[in-house]
Design a protein around this ligand. Structure first.
Ligand code: NAD
Length: 316
């Protein structure tokens, strides 16, 4: 029975996506930074011709030199659009942009926020949209700049099934995997819970390798055994903080590129404030945030977060 229910939901979603695809109008894309620019380029490559805007002139110039249609104001970007995609630094920026654009958009317009922001602010943004007669999806991403460039991001979405279906044909042009996590705000909640796990498992993995080094256990041996044992995790096998063990790991590039420590810290702090509001106890998340903050203070803010091993091993 459950199988049939799921199949019915899938069919309904596919039908709604088809309708959304046929009705798709112009997209205003706001926020052309490290993530937003390649995402907007992927929309343009799929012939969706987004009308783009960023508050920073340098970002607008970069986008124009990539051949994107760049507007000189938020209002100009929104003219004639029925969809807005935001990719901004924080919830204050998202709320300010949505507040400015909601009165300018037609009834039933679609607002998609791909930034990582506070869950309460994401819910405020949904409420603003609903009050203005618009549909909304919170759709934070995982996959980083490399995923944004390759169009292989994972989107974790919150909102009604109908809004998720309307957003699907747009998100598919920028990502490889889309998850509907539930009600408004639950996309952000999924992202923060995932990154809480990631931030903590990376510290645990780094601590174990730093300890192994002191004891005289070769990193290669620990990797081999833990990867086949209960210490196994993504932080170990895909993103190992020690160089030369996992092919795609930022450790192999001296932690120079990847997911910056300051962004991991931002996500852990958002998880902490969500936990405080929900009355949840997250002591390991809090401890991990303190350690990444210390690494940032020691100059690691712009380095990949797995570089925290440098500090734990007493090398910075
Ligand atoms: P970024 O700082 O490179 O880009 C943000 C852009 O937004 C900037 O160009 C800024 O000028 C613009 N902006 C700010 N306020 C604006 C406004 N009112 N109107 C128009 N433009 C405005 O940030 P990013 O690295 O692209 O990250 C964007 C979001 O994605 C963040 O929420 C971040 O946490 C999340 N994220 C980033 C990564 C990553 O690896 N960089 C990975 C996953 C998620």
């Amino acid at each position: 029975m459950a199988g049939r229910g799921a199949r019915r939901r899938e069919l309904r979603h596919a039908h709604n996506v088809m309708i959304a695809e046929q009705a798709m109008g112009r997209i205003a894309f706001i926020g052309l930074g490290a993530m937003g620019l390649p995402m907007a380029r992927n929309l343009a490559a799929a012939n969706l011709r987004p009308s783009c805007f960023d508050a920073a002139e340098a970002a607008r110039e970069r986008a124009a030199s990539c051949g994107l249609d760049v507007a000189s104001s938020l209002e100009e970007a929104a003219a004639g659009a029925d969809t807005v995609v935001t990719m901004l630094q924080n919830g204050e920026q998202v709320l300010a942009v949505w507040r400015a654009l909601l009165p300018l958009m037609p009834q039933g317009a679609l607002f998609i926020d791909c930034s990582t922001i506070d869950i309460a602010q994401a819910r405020d943004a949904h409420a603003l949209a609903s009050y203005a007669g618009a549909r909304a999806v919170d759709a934070p991403v995982s996959g980083g700049v490399a995923g944004a460039e390759a169009g292989s991001l994972t989107f974790m979405c919150g909102g009604t099934s109908e809004a998720f279906a309307a957003a699907t044909p747009i998100l598919e042009k920028m990502g490889a995997r889309l998850f509907h996590c539930g009600d408004p705000g639950l996309g952000q909640a999924t992202k923060l819970c995932n990154n809480l796990m990631l931030g903590v498992t990376m510290i645990a993995t780094a601590e174990a390798f730093a300890l192994a080094e002191r004891i005289g256990l070769p990193a290669q041996k620990l990797f081999e055994v833990a990867a086949a044992s209960s210490g196994q995790s993504w932080s170990l096998t895909t993103y190992c903080p020690v160089a030369g063990l996992a092919p795609a790991s930022p450790a192999n590039r001296d932690y120079a590129t990847g997911f910056a420590t300051r962004l991991m810290l931002k996500d852990l702090r958002l998880a902490e404030s969500a936990a405080a509001r929900a009355g949840a106890v997250t002591p390991l998340g809090a401890a991990a945030a303190q350690l990444y903050a210390l690494y940032e203070a020691q100059g690691g803010g712009g380095r990949d977060f797995s570089g925290v091993i440098e500090m734990l091993a007493g090398k910075v």
